[in-house]
Design a protein around this ligand. Structure first.
Ligand SMILES: *Cc1c(COP(=O)(O)O)cnc(C)c1O
Length: 470
């Protein structure tokens, strides 16, 4: 492809993208295909000769697009939002065109310094105090892994990387049973081992871990000669929005000198609204906090922000300095590759900078407030229907519900059938979870372009299909 073709096809792609966003409401949110359909439609061997862009593009439209689940669809109410506001897509195009590696300050000074600036913008926007610095990671899973590695090294007096874990004390990490699976994986990958992730019982409407039980577990582990390393608290758990009392957990962490990491991957975006900050009161005391601007806020994936109180500890855990990576004589600059496991880094700050400037915080706050209000409204409407029950009340914009099965029918089976029927229908897209061992249907409003009308359409689809499935 020469530069003239590059220009032409970039313009074609831009036209296609705008048309796609315009017509999304007409598409089923989840494709109606069988496993293997797409695989079989793609040539089994790679081409020996060049093909025309016309053909490649036509195949993209015919074979690929109909097999996509449309995460930017305004009636996507499943999982969590993965919003890519158009302005962040434009920024991402520019990033792709420059295709720089942003691992050291000198390999892309603007990327490093804009990252520093946007992190501080977000710190202010979320109401966090000065004294946090941070880094933009690919995903919350990576940020949490970094936090676990740091707590491990701190607890082992920085000997784990060098000596390995054999012969060391038995490390312990504490969380509730509402945390995301990325915590389990960080515990596996860090070598701490699942048996040493201590699940503290939860209580109350928001399923917060019991701080007294947390304290007692740490004391008991110390008495037994184990090595408590850190605590992972959750604000807005993925299943039903489980939220710990961060101030209470931080007090326990402080008392025992443990590292505290807060996972607010989804809910963190809502903290741009001061009235929701009570949900993470105490977060300012954490050692690190992760939140994903690539979820609710609208920065195209990937863009996960990790705020860190003592970056020296993270850098001490992860920095390797081979000779060719040294940037002699430039002390005081940040080389962000020392803040994450991969060496190569994308320029992730640009889309956040474009997003924050093009929308302004006040418009983003309005979007989030609307989503919360619409979600609460839908929960109230469903609660008013005799054949529906609310299982978990809205935590911000996430709640779960169940449809009552006909007498004698299995409630779990009925609700699983209902989720499948709703998703096959295509008007909206939902997912299920388990609450206290029983199936519940999750509903979250978070899509960037969702309107009150889309949530009304969800009420219609859910009640119609439930009654037809009963
Ligand atoms: C989505 C989510 C994650 C995982 O986020 P990735 O960026 O996909 O790794 C972790 N924790 C919570 C609470 C989440 O909602």
């Amino acid at each position: 492809m020469n530069n003239d073709d590059f220009r032409q096809w970039s313009q074609r792609a831009a036209d296609w993208g705008a048309d796609y966003r315009n017509n999304l409401r007409e598409r089923p949110v989840r494709p109606l295909i069988e496993p293997g359909d797409i695989f079989r439609s793609i040539e089994a061997s790679p081409p020996e000769d060049a093909e025309s862009m016309d053909r490649i593009f036509a195949d993209f439209q015919e074979k690929i697009v109909p097999g996509m689940t449309h995460w930017q669809h305004p009636r996507f109410f499943a999982y969590f939002p993965a919003n890519a506001a158009p302005v962040s897509v434009v920024a991402e195009y520019l990033v792709s065109a420059m295709a720089a590696q942003c691992m050291l300050w000198q390999t892309s000074p603007a990327a490093t310094e804009l990252e520093m600036r946007t992190i501080d913008w977000m710190r202010q926007a979320l109401g966090l105090p000065e004294g946090f610095s941070g880094v933009i990671q690919d995903s919350a899973s990576s940020a949490t892994l970094n936090a676990v590695l740091t707590m491990r090294e701190r607890a082992l007096d920085w000997q784990g990387n060098k000596k390995g874990l054999a012969g060391q004390g038995r490390l312990r990490v504490y969380s509730s049973d509402q945390v995301h699976t990325s915590i389990d994986r960080a515990i596996w990958v860090s070598g701490i081992g699942e048996d040493n992730l201590v699940r503290i019982p939860v209580a109350g409407r928001f399923r917060a871990m019991d701080a007294a039980a947390l304290d007692a577990a740490i004391v008991a582990d110390r008495v037994a000669g184990m090595l408590p390393a850190g605590i992972i608290a959750s604000v807005g758990g993925t299943s039903t929005g489980g939220t710990d009392d961060i101030a209470a957990v931080a007090a326990v962490a402080g008392r025992h000198g443990l590292y505290l990491h807060v996972d607010a991957a989804w809910a963190g975006s809502a903290m741009i609204c001061p009235e929701y900050r009570h949900f993470w009161a105490g977060a300012e005391l954490a050692d690190s906090i992760v939140f994903n601007p690539h979820k609710w806020l609208g920065a195209q994936f990937d863009c996960s922000m990790q705020f860190i109180r003592q970056p020296e500890d993270l850098v001490r855990t992860l920095a390797i300095k081979p000779e060719f990576l040294k940037t002699h004589g430039r002390d005081g600059i940040i080389n962000y590759s020392e803040w994450s496991v991969p060496l190569g880094r994308r320029f992730r700050a640009l889309k956040l900078w474009f997003l924050l400037r093009a929308h302004g915080l006040e418009n983003l706050r309005t979007m989030i407030r609307n989503h919360v209000a619409w979600s609460e409204g839908l929960a109230a409407r469903l609660a008013g229907e005799v054949d529906f029950e609310i299982v978990t009340e809205p935590m911000l914009s996430l709640f779960s519900f169940r449809h009552k099965a006909a007498s004698g029918a299995d409630a779990d089976e009925h609700n699983l059938r209902l989720v499948n029927a709703i998703n096959d229908d295509g008007r909206i897209y939902l997912t299920q979870t388990k609450v206290d061992g029983k199936v519940a249907i999750r509903f979250q409003v978070g899509q960037f372009d969702a309107t009150a009308g889309d949530v009304d359409a969800a009420f219609t689809a859910i009640t119609e299909i439930a009654r037809a499935t009963a």
